[in-house]
Design a protein around this ligand. Structure first.
Ligand code: NAP
Length: 265
């Protein structure tokens, strides 16, 4: 047997587009990839200061900013093409941008108005699922056309499995994102494109800082038997690991990153 048949493809460009990289897990992922010598396109929508801070924090050279509200028509295609133009070719896509959970978008079905319920579903489907699907489409098409290997890592959530009673739309869209990743893993494998997802539990980021500083801190940290939450760097480390061509046999996997706070069979 030719030994090359057992090796991952070696033609994946050392470049990455990370969506939603103005802070939090997106920023830590850019840093983890840049530390592994990737050139990174730092995507943002509204928080330009945060994105510039991410860019300035990256080791190495050749990184760039890409702006776009991914819910706007044509934006996913443009963001992928701007990133590809700037970096030469795109080897990695991290679908990290999302409308995450917070008090401002709580929509418990027994307590919220139908207008709030339906706004939460529309907004989260648009960003957490449809935008990720569209960015993945354009990313895959550029890799297929260029004929090189590539990998996509979706940032899903533990909530997809555990449920989010106060944010059902979030859990539903993250479950759909995991499922999208599994379909794409099968569809794109013949083109040398690897697709995985991570499912983090509660992670300390700017977005969760208030909840972690508040009265609910103990309840949150007690979710894990480690008695703490994840750092953004821990999540980013796993994303960078899955993005590496040497991890290609993980294609189709959904990796729990929740400190044993929720065990699924
Ligand atoms: N933190 C946690 O506890 C936790 C747990 C599980 C999963 N996750 C997932 O991890 C990822 C990052 O979480 P985080 O806490 O770091 O969140 P975050 O700080 O709220 O980051 C969300 C990012 O998404 C971008 N974004 C939002 N709407 C967008 C739109 N319409 N178009 C383009 N970009 C848009 C934001 O860009 P701008 O700032 O420029 O608007 C921001 O960079 C998310 O997918 C989240 O669901 C987080």
């Amino acid at each position: 047997m030719d030994v090359t048949e057992t090796q991952p493809r070696a033609d994946q460009p050392l470049t990455a587009l990370v969506t939603g990289a103005s802070g939090g897990i997106g920023r830590a992922t850019c840093q983890a990839l840049a530390a592994r010598r990737y050139r990174v396109a730092v995507h943002w929508a509204v928080n330009g200061d945060g994105a510039r801070e991410t860019l300035a924090s990256l080791p190495g050279e050749g990184h760039l900013l890409v702006r776009g509200d991914l819910t706007e028509p044509g934006a996913p295609e443009r963001v992928v093409s701007d990133a590809g133009d700037g970096l030469g070719a795109l080897g990695v896509l991290v679908n990290n941008a999302a409308i995450a959970t917070g008090p401002e978008n709580r929509h418990h079905p027994a307590e919220c108005s139908f207008a709030d319920w339906s706004a939460a579903f529309r907004g989260m489907i648009d960003v957490n699922l449809r935008a990720a699907a569209d960015v993945s489409y354009w990313f895959a098409r550029q890799a297929i056309e260029a004929g090189h290997a590539a990998s996509i890592v979706n940032v899903g959530s533990r909530g997809a499995f555990r449920g989010e009673p106060e944010h059902p739309a979030y859990a539903a869209t993250k479950a759909a994102l995991h499922a999208l990743g599994q379909s794409l893993a099968v569809a794109l494998a013949p083109h040398g494109i690897v697709v995985t997802s991570v499912a983090p539990g509660f992670t300390a980021t700017e977005r969760t800082a208030d909840r972690l500083a508040g009265a609910g801190r103990e309840r949150i940290t007690a979710q894990s038997p480690f008695g703490r939450v994840a750092s953004a760097e821990e999540v980013a480390h796993a994303i960078a690991h899955l993005a590496d061509p040497a991890s290609s046999w993980a294609s189709g996997a959904i990796l729990d990153l929740n400190g044993a706070s929720y065990l699924r069979s």
